[in-house]
Design a binder for this molecule. Structure first.
Ligand code: 1GP
Length: 251
């Protein structure tokens, strides 16, 4: 099994180096928009592209991933909302299990159905414990998943969920308030989780300012994901990336 991207992420974590990921929803970009995002991301030293969404309606995922790969060297990580969102042209797959929910389909059912073609894809598979946190309004992910999110003030639930996910063998934990969340995840919740796991921690959902991205990192997040805010204002890519990379590394 491939592991280059994950290994690199764990090395960065051990050094205290934070990463910034731009989330691209294939439904929301045409080639011109994609070209702009690629150019801005490369020059801003973005670390990863995440591609996917809770609900991808069009079928140009392959096209979108190929276009990114043909035009830059940034790693493309799939962030799938369903088993149909697997593209062999990407570098890695966040193999998400919705451990904050109690919907068996999203915990294991869809994985069983898609396992043979996921394996055949040749992608680097990154087993990821996916924790959805209440972001103050129903988001696509909370509706589609048919699973209750972790209440935003229940830090200990998020912490125990992440610990359980890690002990079950998940290599990454992704805490998500949902795309366009009104309330991003609090730093106290991020800290409670980060202090109790060794796996790299990804956070996202409703992050709209560089300050918030910075504070998430200071609280213990290793990778910050931003989608919506960048769709609205692509110049935020540089500000966000600079903020994340300005977090002091370990001495
Ligand atoms: C959603 O974490 C991602 O799954 C990003 O959220 O689009 O709100 O930045 P935003």
């Amino acid at each position: 099994m491939k592991s280059a991207i994950y290994t690199d992420l764990t090395i960065k974590k051990s050094l205290g180096k934070k990463s910034f990921a731009v989330l691209i929803d294939p439904d929301k970009v045409n080639t011109a928009v994609l070209d702009e995002l690629i150019e801005l991301s490369v020059s801003a030293r973005v670390d990863y592209f995440l591609v996917g969404g809770s609900l991808v309606i069009s079928n140009h995922l392959d096209e979108c991933v190929q276009h990114i790969k043909q035009n830059c060297d940034l790693p493309v990580l799939l962030f799938p909302g369903s088993p149909s969102q697997v593209s062999k042209y990407a570098d890695a797959l966040l193999y998400l299990s919705l451990i904050s929910g109690r919907n068996p389909e999203l915990l294991i059912g869809q994985h069983v159905v898609s396992a043979p073609f996921v394996k055949q894809s040749g992608l680097e598979i990154m087993p990821t414990g996916y924790i959805v946190v209440d972001g103050g309004a129903p988001t696509t992910v909370s509706y589609i998943s048919n699973a209750a999110p972790v209440p935003s003030d229940k830090n200990e639930i998020a912490m125990c969920t992440a610990m359980a996910g890690e002990m079950l063998g998940m290599k990454l934990i992704y805490m998500d308030a949902g795309s366009g969340a009104k309330r991003p995840i609090t730093e106290t919740m991020i800290k409670a989780v980060a202090d109790n796991i060794e796996a790299p921690l990804i956070t996202g959902g409703g992050i709209i300012t560089p300050e918030k991205a910075y504070l998430n990192c200071k609280a213990g997040a290793d990778v910050i994901v931003v989608g919506n805010a960048i769709e609205k204002d692509a110049s935020l890519i540089k500000e966000m990336s600079d903020a994340v990379h300005s977090v002091p590394v370990k001495a």
